[in-house]
Ligand binder design. Structure first.
Ligand code: HEM
Length: 391
């Protein structure tokens, strides 16, 4: 498997490598506008000034992949800010054509849904402070921001660091599949151990979020701008209209790290059996990933099964290595569940107790009608029960 075929970077994995920060004229106006969102939201001026943005319907001047990603990211940030500027009650059902048409067209060229996603908010939204320095939190800044200041930056950049951390694990998965084909047990043990270490390091990163990102700020100031369109608790249950694109309404999921390709790669590579209705949600999230990344996960699902090879080999060291990696994945999910308990469940309970909540829609679940916690715990339990018995 050649990673570059799947738009997976040798150094940065699923992250977009060195994203652009400038677009050619006339598109640069989107960058300048998007970089000013937070201030305009504070002044409640954003909707008025968006209506004055020119309609640039022709996107042919954006030629490279990175230009398209930056153009899309700017439009995505502007649209989210437009929709949610005044909370749920005053959310607007129609995306104006000066944003809707270019966003729709560019997203179509990229094979992405025309709504905010992990691919925009995290994968393409980082820049090194010192370009010659390392890729680490202290040397990173975001390109575009929503409100939330330091908490927003930490939420995005630590998640980006996790994606970067997963990169050696993705390479180890590819090698592990070769080991299965060549029946090379020793090397397979080595690659399973690399996968385990990688997951352990990224789980540590999850803990750092607790120190750097304020749950109150996350819940009340950041999360609203990640909202989707449509569904029972949404201010627009039938979805939203993209003016000038179609009269039909679009129902779309909002941004979530459930759209990260990394964890789904580990699940497929390790043969984690997830209950069908939970898996359906994860499969649906693949439609919000860059198409090449989705294809990579699908290729892993079709590849010879590492799990079945481990079962057949009846080698104690191999089974231990496999189980160790699965245990680490379960541990990662435990840490993630703690994050969700603190950043969503506690904050949602607090919000229910206090009057004047501006954003009801964020209570909704995108996880097939069940609470996010039930969903996450079920996947965590499926992970731990995927361990093999060592008899
Ligand atoms: C404040 C931080 C975070 C919060 C509040 C949060 C919340 C959630 C929620 C509510 C879900 C359920 C699905 C949904 O509603 O979209 C979810 C799923 C998921 N999240 Fe997060 N998340 C956070 C950070 C992260 C990070 C840093 C990662 C790592 C890349 C991550 C990876 C995932 C994955 C892979 C899923 C799918 C379920 C699974 O495979 O276990 N999340 N998250």
């Amino acid at each position: 498997m050649d990673l570059s075929t799947y738009f997976i970077d040798e150094e940065y994995g699923f992250l977009l490598s060195n994203p652009l920060t400038v677009l050619p004229k006339p598109y640069q106006i989107w960058v300048e506008f998007a970089r000013n969102i937070v201030q305009q939201l504070e002044n409640h001026e954003l909707r008025r000034s968006i209506r004055q943005l020119p309609l640039i319907s022709e996107d042919a001047g954006l030629q490279s992949y990175k230009q398209l990603r930056l153009g899309r990211m700017c439009l995505i940030f502007i649209v989210s800010a437009y929709m949610w500027q005044e909370g749920d009650e005053h959310a607007i059902e129609v995306i104006p054509m000066n944003l809707a048409i270019p966003l729709y067209n560019i997203s179509k060229r990229l094979g992405l849904k025309p709504i905010i996603s992990h691919a925009d908010c995290v994968l393409a939204n980082w820049q090194k402070i010192d370009p010659t320095g390392p890729f680490e939190f202290s040397n990173l800044k975001t390109i575009l921001q929503f409100p939330g200041g330091r908490s927003f930056d930490s939420f995005v950049l630590l998640t980006a660091e996790i994606e970067m951390g997963f990169c050696p694990g993705i390479k180890a998965i590819v090698k592990a599949l070769e080991n299965v084909e060549n029946e090379n047990i020793d090397e397979l043990i080595g690659n399973l151990n690399i996968m385990r270490e990688v997951i352990q390091v990224t789980a540590d990163c999850i803990f750092r979020l607790h120190d750097e990102c304020d749950p109150h700020v996350f819940y009340n100031e950041i999360r609203p701008f990640l909202g989707g369109y449509g569904g029972d608790n949404s201010p627009f249950p039938d979805g939203v209209v993209f003016e000038g694109v179609s009269d039909e309404k679009f129902k779309l999921s909002g941004g979530s790290a459930a759209q990260s390709s990394s964890m789904q790669c580990f699940d497929e590579a390790l043969g984690i059996h997830i209950q069908p209705e939970k898996k359906n949600f994860l499969i649906e999230m693949r439609n919000y990933m860059p198409p090449a990344h989705k294809s990579f996960i699908e290729a892993l699902a079709r590849a010879p099964s590492i799990r079945q090879f481990v079962e057949r080999a009846e080698n104690e060291r191999l089974i231990n290595a496999y189980n160790g990696t699965v245990a680490e994945l379960k541990q990662f999910r435990d840490s993630h569940i703690k994050l969700v308990a603190r950043y969503i469940v506690c904050m949602s309970n607090k919000a229910k107790r206090s009057a004047g909540v501006r954003y009801q829609a964020i209570e909704k679940t995108g996880t097939g009608g069940q609470s996010p916690m039930q969903f996450l715990k079920s996947i965590r339990n499926s992970t731990s029960s995927s361990q093999l018995s060592n008899t």
